[in-house]
Ligand binder design. Structure first.
Ligand SMILES: C[S@@+](CC[C@H](N)C(=O)[O-])C[C@H]1O[C@@H](n2cnc3c(N)ncnc32)[C@H](O)[C@@H]1O
Length: 244
């Protein structure tokens, strides 16, 4: 017997679940309000190992990802070269944005290789598609991921690159578990983050990470630290392999 509104609601949810027609929550982060820097303050909330997770960068500010001085500061061609990616590799660009690293990775893996470019915002993937078409690039597979699943294939990826992304993963543990499973034996995961150790770097602390923070989070998730590359003026490149 149903006696209250709460019981009625509960009964409706149970019935919907039983019929397999419960509404699915769809997160389209591109529609959420943003602050002056294109970040979505409403997404702030979770704290992982004392680090507050940053909001996701909005499509409205995607032009920042191809700003004219970015090449000089972030040296993307050198970064890709230094990663020593073998032609024929499968590489994932996780949080690809408009593809600033994707089209360089596509060149590094060559015609026999593949780049899987993942983002959670359809608007970013639309701009990425346009950028690839303009460059006549055809070895990139675009994937619309979710906050907890990048939808990468299991055991097939040689290297996963996250540039300025890890600090804004809303579900880092779940996302990285999928990343770990996606790797071939010996496969690497590479994080590029602004150096929080250096207060003179003009980026808000929420959007920077120390090497210690990255290691403290990643090692218990099943990754072992391999190498730190420090040739960039404002960012560190931190490389891991799966440890289990
Ligand atoms: C600051 S931008 C960096 C884009 C690109 N890596 C670059 O360096 O130009 C961060 C990107 O990560 C994406 N992102 C955030 N959380 C994600 C997740 N859980 N899975 C995939 N992409 C995500 C955002 O939508 C955004 O496009």
């Amino acid at each position: 017997m149903i006696r209250s509104a709460q019981q009625l609601l509960l009964a409706a949810v149970v019935a919907a679940l039983a019929l397999g027609c419960a509404p699915k929550l769809q997160t389209d982060v591109s529609r959420m309000p943003v602050d002056d820097e294109g970040r979505q303050p409403l997404r702030i909330g979770r704290v992982v190992k004392k680090r507050q997770i940053a909001p996701v960068m909005s499509v409205a500010h995607a032009d920042w990802l191809t700003r004219p001085d970015r090449d000089a500061e972030e040296q993307p061609d050198r970064v890709v070269r230094e990663l020593g990616i073998a032609p024929g590799s499968t590489v994932a660009d996780l949080g690809a944005g408009v593809g600033y690293f994707t089209w360089r990775l596509a060149q590094a893996v060559g015609d026999q290789g593949k780049v899987v470019a993942v983002d959670i915002q359809p608007g970013m993937l639309e701009r990425l598609e346009q950028n690839l078409a303009e460059r006549d690039i055809h070895n990139v597979e675009m994937v619309l991921g979710t906050e907890d699943d990048p939808r990468l294939p299991n055991d097939q990826v040689d290297l996963v690159l996250l540039v300025d992304v890890y600090h804004e993963l809303q579900q880092p543990e779940l996302t990285m578990e999928h990343v770990r499973r996606s790797l071939k034996p010996g496969g690497r995961v590479v994080f590029i983050e602004y150096r929080k150790e250096d207060p003179s770097i003009p980026i808000q602390p929420l959007h920077k990470m120390t090497v210690r923070e990255v290691r403290n989070e990643l090692e218990p998730m099943g990754f072992e630290f391999v190498e730190l590359k420090s040739f960039l003026p404002t960012q560190h490149i931190i490389i891991f392999r799966a440890s289990r």
